[in-house]
Design a protein around this ligand. Structure first.
Ligand code: 9MR
Length: 550
């Protein structure tokens, strides 16, 4: 038998060896959940009951890689109480049982939502609807109240419109705003230990909707309503840009005393995938994970599924997809590695770079200008990664350009337009500096001869697009013209999807429209028109500007 001193010495030796051995190979093969747990966070996935029952790879990856589970659909009202008082928990139980087997937490999703709620609920009168809501919450939350795996709930989901008004859902229209507080109180009563969340999309950055949510959470908590947690869904798309103020936004909510979490992360792109899109997507995933890691109150990140084989995106956004971290054949994508490496990444750099100097403006033309500023310094360890130039526009300031050095030439600007711009630096950990002081300049008047003018009108629009029709081209000169060229600028993130009565060419956000074969000739005073269709980020109501005709 070994003496206890020798045993201790061997144990210590083992410990020293463990520390001295290179850890990289083991780390690289360790699953996401192991790294997340070491950082005190969860890394989660939504699960669908069909593949969970039927696909071995789905089950094994879900069990091995994630330490938190959300039911993608199985706990929603249409699944759990399809007719009044008739509760059905087979799908929800399958998810919870899987989580228990795999030592995972379950986040319940979702109790009160305007979508996937049966018609019988929607047609109730106020008193009955309130009672049905309370009964539903009591039964669904109550079923799992004693199950230690089920730790949190989305109590209300998507209660806001994108402009920050409360959504005029059947809940709101029948019960008024009070349904929200009532739902939280009912959930608390059903499980005093569960963490209760409000959840929404398009609230990742600081904008009208996230500010409305912030104000609501602050007010509810002041009133003693048990809101413990805020979920930021995180349905992002690489073509619409990254919400660079995500961390700052998480921090302002954390300051209210709530836990925050990313609840439904996916990052779609216009299919087919390619290496460039994959790399951009990977950067987005890394940035989201790093933002959560940098905020103490952020509990973790849930990805909305994990394999492109099963994702809601292509059905909802035709032509887009490939939004997850495994491909359709269960192979890891660059985004998996990005999530993995961010979680494994050791210490986080909490210090943003110093504030850039005031931009000096030079070389102003109709569509471009050059900015140069005193460089920032990053002392936090992750290194200066670059700068973003923003246009000062009030509530949401759109990024105009990114650079790695302390100068950049802005292109695609609108002629004859006043710009106020400022710069922020960012480091390798995603920290952003404070904004530099703003600089102002006005672009020149363009290259038009004055012989013609162009004006655009929105004919019709929907959440994710609009039709510009007519764009009227008028010969305002005194002699006839035999051809015309109209230039204009699309808002960032908007893309032309079709056009008629002109030939369009698009370069970045700059569009050039030339007359078709049949409408180039315009007598003095005559006019013609063309039209085009644009797809835009949901709810982004900006329209093209800077029309110039020559
Ligand atoms: O991913 C879910 C999809 O399978 C359902 O058909 C859809 C129905 O509304 O809901 C999807 O999940 C949504 C989630 O519950 C709430 N936030 C938005 C998600 C994507 O639409």
């Amino acid at each position: 038998m070994l003496s206890s001193a020798l045993t201790r010495a061997l144990a210590l030796f083992g410990l020293i060896i463990t520390f001295l051995l290179p850890t990289t190979p083991a780390d690289a093969s360790a699953p996401l959940r192991q790294h997340a747990a070491a950082r005190g966070k969860f890394i989660g996935t939504a699960l669908a009951t069909g593949p969970l029952a039927g696909e071995t790879s789905y089950r094994s990856i879900a069990g091995a890689e994630f330490n938190q589970i959300t039911a993608e659909n199985a706990m929603k009202w249409d699944a759990t109480e399809p007719s009044q008082g008739q509760f059905a928990f087979s799908g929800a139980d399958a998810i919870v049982d899987f989580a228990v087997q795999n030592d995972q937490q379950v986040h319940g999703h979702t109790l009160v939502w305007h979508s996937q709620t049966p018609g019988w609920v929607q047609s109730l009168g106020a008193a009955q609807m309130r009672a049905a809501m309370q009964n539903h919450i009591s039964r669904v939350v109550g079923r799992y109240a004693d199950n230690p795996a089920v730790v949190s709930w989305d109590v209300v989901n998507e209660v806001f419109d994108d402009n920050g008004n409360l959504r005029t859902s059947f809940w709101y229209n029948t019960l008024g705003q009070s349904y929200i507080a009532d739902a939280f109180r009912a959930a608390r009563a059903a499980d005093p230990d569960a963490r209760l969340c409000i959840n929404d999309y398009n609230v990742e950055g600081i904008n009208a909707k996230s500010t409305a949510m912030y104000n609501l959470v602050a007010t509810l908590r002041q009133q003693g309503v048990p809101v413990d947690c805020v979920g930021f869904q995180g349905h992002l798309a690489i073509q619409y840009g990254f919400p660079n103020d995500l961390r700052q936004n998480l921090e302002r909510f954390a300051a209210l005393g709530v836990q925050v979490r990313i609840t439904e992360l996916d990052i779609r792109l216009q299919t087919p995938r390619d290496a460039t899109k994959d790399a951009t997507q990977a950067t987005y995933y890394r940035n989201v994970v790093n933002a959560c890691l940098a905020v103490t109150a952020c509990a973790g990140v849930t990805i909305w599924g994990f394999t492109d084989r099963h994702s809601w995106v292509p059905d909802t956004f035709p032509g887009q997809g490939a939004a997850l971290i495994y491909d359709e054949n269960y192979q890891k994508k660059p985004s998996y590695t990005a999530v993995h490496d961010a979680l494994a990444g050791g210490t986080t750099d909490p210090t943003p770079p110093t504030t850039p100097g005031t931009p000096a403006v030079s070389g102003v033309t109709a569509t471009s200008a050059t900015l140069t500023w005193a460089a920032s310094i990053d002392t936090g360890g992750s290194g200066l990664a670059g700068y973003t130039v923003y246009r000062e526009q009030g509530a949401t300031d759109p990024p105009l350009a990114q650079s790695t050095g302390n100068t950049v030439t802005l292109t695609g600007l609108s002629p004859n337009t006043a710009y106020q711009v400022y710069v922020r630096a960012r480091d390798g950990a995603g920290n952003q500096s404070a904004a530099s002081p703003t600089a102002s300049f006005t672009t020149t008047g363009g290259t038009g001869t004055g012989a013609c003018t162009a004006t655009g009108t929105v004919q019709t629009q929907w959440n994710t697009g609009y039709v510009m029709q007519p764009v009227t081209v008028a010969n305002t000169g005194t002699s006839g013209i035999t051809g015309w060229t109209v230039t204009f600028t699309l808002p960032a993130g908007h893309t032309v999807t079709g056009s008629w009565n002109a030939v369009l060419s698009v370069s970045g956000q700059n569009v050039t429209a030339r007359n078709a074969g049949y409408n180039g000739t315009l007598a003095p005073g005559a006019s013609t028109s063309f039209g085009f269709q644009v797809s835009r980020p949901g709810g982004d109501t900006r329209t093209p500007g800077g029309y110039d005709c020559m």
